[in-house]
Design a protein around this ligand. Sequence first.
Ligand SMILES: *[C@@H]1O[C@H](CO)[C@@H](O)[C@H](O)[C@H]1NC(C)=O
Ligand SMILES: *[C@@H]1O[C@H](CO)[C@@H](O)[C@H](O)[C@H]1NC(C)=O
Ligand SMILES: *[C@@H]1O[C@H](CO)[C@@H](O)[C@H](O)[C@H]1NC(C)=O
Length: 632
Amino acid sequence: MPKQYVLFGRPLPRLGSRHISLLLVTISLFALFSLLFTLPSAIPTGPSLQIADHKFSIPKSFKSPWVSSFSPFKQPAHAPPHQKNDTYAESSWYANWKWLSIPFSSSLTLDENRQLLPVLQERPPIYCYYDNTLKKEAAVKDAESELLLTWRRAWWAMGFKPIILSPAEALHNPLYEELQKRDDITPAFKTDLMRWLAWENMSGGLLAHHLLYPMGAYDDPLLTYLRRGLFPRLTRWKDLDDGLFAGAKPDISAAIKQAMASPNLKAVNDMLAASLADKDANSPFFVDAVPHALAYYSTREVATNYAKVGNAITGSSPSVGLTQLNQLITSHLHLTWQNLFSSGIAVMKPLPHHTTHMIGPAYELALRLTHCPESPMAASCPPNRPKCSPCVSSHPMKIATPAHYTNTSSLYTIGTVPHPYTAATLNALRDSLTTSYIRRSMTDRDPWLADLTKELCGAGVSGAPRVMRFKSAVASPHGAAHTLWLLAERRLPDDLDWHFGFDIPTEATWADEGKSETPVPGPERRPPPPQHDPKDGPVASPDELQLEPPLLARAQAIVGDAKTKSRATKEELAVRSAVEAWNLADTEAWRFARAYLDRDTMERKKWEEEEAKYAGGMGSEKGRRSAGGWER
Ligand SMILES: *[C@@H]1O[C@H](CO)[C@@H](O)[C@H](O)[C@H]1NC(C)=O
Ligand SMILES: *[C@@H]1O[C@H](CO)[C@@H](O)[C@H](O)[C@H]1NC(C)=O
Ligand SMILES: *[C@@H]1O[C@H](CO)[C@@H](O)[C@H](O)[C@H]1NC(C)=O
């Protein structure tokens, strides 16, 4: 006879095998459910886990209270705290390392308009010393000022914070007094020591000559190492002479003291010579291998390899020579960029049927980038890449307008991200969208992103993983170095020169290349860029093309900032919200691109303000040309 179990003094009913299996099923169901409902909050959602999908990131206005109280994907109770400088223009953001694991920002920020962005990489300072107190011809000062601007722009684009030091910083150094009293030091060596004193006062880091330029890939190992900003030893580079030094403050102080105590100072003119002259002492420098990503236009280099420019500098009008040198360096920076992207430029055109005008500014930018830069020595190569392939106007870089994004290292991608309202207006080719029209005819969600990532993600993938791949293409270190994403509703940013690191040639339209002197403002009066390959999608007829510009202008007013939005009617704004709710991933992509672009602009503007206190009028912006005539 089976054993009788007793609980609280009462006999338990005997369980038959049917009872037991029922109990087991209940228990396992319970276990399964509790596992399902607690798991997502317990493990971090990686990009590959497609858990948080559309329905849990619906904007608040569309969420029923039931969804949020029932939701097992527990949301944080409070919005994350605000960070320093986290708003600019229309954007607001929250920088956090989770940016690539949460597809829809609002599920963390609890605010539809606050985007999750990657943490901003700290830019290590790179210093150069320029004595702005020396008496020089005004034209020479201007030419040098332009060179310094080129220097700052190139290093900024590579992720550094370029800062120009002047004697003012050297005066702060306690050793300055001592240096002035010494009469056994040659004037040339005194001048060189001044830059070391200024550098020491900034606590070290990188000290470059203003004729040293980064000319290599953004992710070149040396540039990556320099960006880390940690220098355990005082370092110089083989064949670079005094082009670049790296080191921390104590090592710099020691080197200065050692040089000033060196026995035979009468014959030396700079730190390097002083360290070599003192045979008994250990050299304070560690010498690193020849750097392939740095180009140094030293006096010797220019005199031997760019003699035409060198002769002009030493000739009767040095300012002309210096202007030529600036042009030469700018052309080499541009050429290096062109050589790195040997497969050409892809101007993204998803939903290609009616977006021809929309991608106009991006296409114009691509054309300008493929132009051969003006140069006093057209076929010359940068000093660090003697085997470059010079730019030939008859064989410019290729520009393609594919619909799908492909991740190719030798291809530069320029994207134009439309707000889903803009995309819907253009796609429908009608100026008055209504909620009922949207309900009836917008069958696919997120059409823009789906088309863009078709090759990357394949078909049958939901919006969340697509938006992650998009964000990675925009803002991951690899993505940021290979792509640029613009907004369809805005004109081109006017600081693109700082993004690329060189002055981008201005005059370039597909209609009258090089012939027209006056740029024609406004997309309405511009011819559209050439059509895409028919295999990417249907090609618009001339009549259809004509409809695009006014639609684009209307969409811009509705999607744009507070100022233009006042021109939109209530219904239009309601439709806009409905379109956003229907296309959550497209909306997220657009907001992300906007916030990323705005933060970039803000970072540079802020630095420009800071820099004003060092530069002392250096690197004037007067040479900067506006970035094309796209007034939208
Ligand atoms: C950034 O923040 C600092 C201090 O909070 C402020 O002084 C500065 O104006 C801000 N810059 C911008 C561009 O908002
Ligand atoms: C640089 O100069 C300033 C101004 O005199 C001084 O307060 C500061 O201590 C100096 N910094 C270093 C690292 O020498
Ligand atoms: C593109 O490829 C690189 C490596 O080649 C990879 O690190 C990166 O994550 C890829 N980007 C995207 C968006 O897939």
